[in-house]
Design a protein around this ligand. Structure first.
Ligand code: NAG
Ligand code: NAG
Length: 616
């Protein structure tokens, strides 16, 4: 379509160029060459008789189909000579019929006089017989007999003999001394090879070469003018008017066409390049449509250079997650943000945009807020609101607790558990598209300055290949991971929102079960399964001996979380409560809660299980 148009335009430009080039040579209205009957193509100085000003020698009847004999006029008022054809650009073959007739009838008489070529009617050119032979007409009383390579033809009735040199390259010096008393005749020849009879090669058919005078040659061939003689027969060159500006125009047209061609080529290259780029990435159109659909949402698209600026060239790394690195950044308006640079992408950009659309449609106090994204080339980044207290992980794992300046009390832990459940409930039911997280773990729970939890990192499993899935299965402390059994083995049932419930349950058990002295109480090598241990404690109504339990109400909260957690990690998805039920349980009195059956799995698998997120 557009390319065809472009091509046509280029073609047009070149046509214009060619036409203007033909027009610009100064011989206005005169053809560069012309054909005459079937005699061939003629050039200057020949011209059709109809256009006498276009050449020096006129040919008649070129365009007359009824006249097969095309005549050339070699003398001003002389007879026409029959044209036989064109030999070279400036040479023609002619037949002098009169001479021919006389040669046939009386050769000796005909050769009595020099063959006289018609004399040119101007000094602008000269005519030569191209293939001529020199004959010597000598009195019979020639003193010295010529050598044998000279043939002779006696003309008894005229009292002379005619000699000619049969050698292909006659020696003019020798001839000059031999025939000094003879007269010289130059005459056209057909063929010198196989004859000793003069008459068989003298020919009335001859090739005439027209040679321009130097002036005329300069004028016509170099200055593009026409050769003319003024009233005093003085030469002048009639140049095309404004010839110089024509040349200038030609140069301009040439330059313009070249420039336009180059510009168009560049445009084409650019179009191809962007098309190629757009094939690699979601089209800008797609992103635009997506952004339009978002309406006044604050999801903003960032250039990669902006991302770099916001993160101060990725100076402040907050952490490394399964999907990439997270950097702290500051928006131009002063807000702090967490910028997640995604790595290990498996998407073509489309999935990314779809996920961004999904994520940005979520809006809940317990869901981390997506402020913007970057999708440029192979670069993908997500810009989240900054959570000043980081991830929950560092508050509940023993080895991290020492690093934080604040210990979370039971009330806060409980508040976080409820908040995460609310966020999950929203993801499962509250937003228009049901979102399954599949990666609930302390790592992905972020805490704001008031320790309100916000769920992050959902929707990314689809667009990233994850390196660290094993960490999710086997918790950092040798506890079971957070991933529901059905996720890595379909024998346990279908993957569903109950899989998130499982992860949630495992997480609140972790949160509730921060033991005071993990190293002495639990022997890692014996691989005591944490849920088993906590279940046993619960069943025997033993004191849990957990950290930070200062009073009865703390103990009640921890018990409640433990019971709910154990319900959540039931092996069969159907026995797990939905997340809304979880919220109900967390809100009710601990005395009213039923102790769940002991979880079926007594120990997590010890060999790594390979998870494939593609099957989700
Ligand atoms: C004969 O041929 C020679 C060489 O081509 C040329 O210079 C000369 O002018 C010719 N003679 C005539 C009468 O045209
Ligand atoms: C015949 O013509 C040639 C060439 O034009 C010239 O050289 C020669 O002298 C002429 N001969 C006579 C007898 O006029």
């Amino acid at each position: 379509m557009a390319i065809v148009d472009l091509f046509c335009f280029l073609l047009f430009c070149h046509l214009v160029l060619i036409l203007s080039a033909g027009y610009g040579n100064g011989h206005q209205d005169c053809p560069h060459s012309f054909t005459c009957g079937n005699l061939g193509t003629f050039h200057y100085p020949f011209t059709k008789a109809e256009k006498p000003d276009c050449g020096l020698l006129a040919i008649h009847d070129c365009d007359n189909p009824h006249q097969h004999r095309k005549m050339i006029q070699l003398e001003l008022n002389g007879k026409g000579i029959v044209l036989i054809g064109v030999a070279q650009q400036n040479a023609i073959s002619i037949l002098d019929e009169d001479f021919h007739k006389r040669l046939q009838q009386n050769p000796c008489g005909t050769l009595k006089n020099n063959y006289s070529l018609p004399s040119p009617f101007s000094s602008l050119y000269s005519i030569h017989i191209k293939f001529n032979v020199t004959l010597f007409k000598c009195k019979q009383s020639l003193k010295m007999k010529p050598p044998t390579h000279y043939f002779n033809h006696p003309c008894p009735e005229y009292d002379y003999d005619i000699y000619y040199d049969s050698l292909p390259t006659p020696n003019s010096k020798e001839a000059h001394s031999l025939f000094s008393s003879c007269s010289v005749i130059q005459i056209s020849t057909k063929d010198l090879t196989d004859t000793n009879d003069i008459l068989s090669f003298v020919s009335a058919e001859m090739v005439l070469q027209v040679v321009l005078s130097n002036d005329c040659d300069q004028c016509y061939n170099h200055r593009g003018g026409q050769c003319r003689l003024d009233a005093n027969q003085k030469f002048y060159c009639k140049e095309a008017p404004k010839n110089k500006s024509k040349i200038l125009k030609l140069v301009l047209v040439l330059g313009l066409v070249t420039a336009v061609t180059i510009a168009l080529l560049l445009v084409m290259v650019m179009i191809y390049h962007t098309r190629w780029k757009q094939k690699q990435n979601p089209t800008n159109q797609q992103i635009k449509i997506f952004l339009e659909r978002q309406g006044p949402l604050q999801t903003k698209r960032y250039d990669y250079s902006e991302i770099k600026k916001v993160t101060n060239s990725f100076r402040n790394k907050l952490g490394q997650g399964g999907f990439g690195s997270v950097y702290k950044g500051k928006l131009p308006d002063g807000r702090y943000v967490a910028v997640k640079i995604l790595s290990e992408l498996k998407d073509n950009g489309e999935d990314f945009i779809n996920e961004v659309a999904t994520i940005s449609r979520t809006s809940h106090i317990n869901i981390v807020n997506l402020l913007g994204f970057c999708c440029e080339g192979s670069k993908r980044a997500l810009v989240y609101e900054f959570m000043s207290n980081g991830s929950l992980e560092k508050f509940i794992f023993e080895e991290n607790v020492g690093k934080t300046d604040r210990q979370l009390d039971c009330q806060t832990i409980y508040h976080i558990a409820v908040g995460v459940a609310r966020g999950l409930e929203y993801l499962h039911q509250g937003c228009n598209t049901r979102i399954l997280h599949f990666d609930i773990k302390p790592h992905n729970i972020l805490l704001d300055e008031n320790f309100n939890p916000k769920i992050s990192d959902f929707g990314l499993a689809k667009i990233c290949t994850r390196k660290e899935s094993m960490i999710s299965i086997f918790g950092a402390r040798g506890t079971a991971g957070y991933i529901a059994p059905e996720v890595f083995s379909r024998n346990f049932g279908a993957v569903s929102h109950k899989s998130d419930v499982y992860s949630y349950g495992m997480m609140i058990l972790e949160m509730a079960g921060r033991r005071k002295n993990i190293k002495t109480e639990v022997n890692r090598s014996s691989e005591i399964y944490f849920p088993d241990w906590i279940y046993n404690c619960l069943e025997s109504n033993e004191e849990l001996g957990l950290q930070n339990i200062r009073n009865e109400s703390d103990d009640k909260l921890v018990r409640k979380m433990t019971i709910v957690g154990l319900w959540c990690i039931q092996t069969h998805p159907s026995t797990r409560p939905a997340i809304s039920k979880v919220l109900e349980m967390l809100g009710s009195k601990v005395e009213l809660l039923q102790i769940p059956p002991k979880p079926f799995l007594s120990s997590p698998p010890t060999s790594p299980v390979h998870l494939s997120y593609e099957t989700l």
